[in-house]
Design a protein. Sequence first.
Length: 207
Amino acid sequence: MLRRRFRPAPGGGCEVRLPKQERELLKSLPRELHSAIVAIGEASGDELVEIPQSLRRLFPPAYSTDDEAERRYTDLTRNDLLLHHSEALSVLSSSAGTTYLSEEEVGRWMTALNDLRLVLGTVLDVTDVEDDLDVTSSQHLLYYYLGGLEEELVGVLSGFLPEPVAGADDLIPEDPWGEPLGGLRWDGTPLPRQPPPGEHAPDDRRE
């Protein structure tokens, strides 16, 4: 990654500066994975289809020791995950030739790139602690390339966060609930009377 492929655009989103070969790659690369994910959704009926090993990291289990809890969890989340992954891959493929991405599209690209990288990493049996990867392999190079694109987009996306307002902390009241009208605390009790400067607070203790 010797040159920046993404640049923050004025008003949000980012400019895309990819060579033609990379655009063609990002247009075609998601198609096979998208088809596999759509096929899972179409095959799901009363009984959920088992996820292929290569796609397991896109549909991680929540209850590895409780089959019934895992089945209920899968019933609730499977369709949403299928839609989440398929939409992101579709956006990446359809917008690979664009020169501008909106903030929403940047998020979809990040999801799709991460999905492709997870599946490829599963196929290559890549682990987080593995240091000596075969950089001469085209698949390993693709794995690194997708990671580089994702890292650049993370940098661009972090630029969407608004700058903190100077002195904003000074505007935060000591009472996190705010000060209601009528001189009452948040719990309805009266606020203590504040004496004018130089005057001591009244002593309500009785002799």
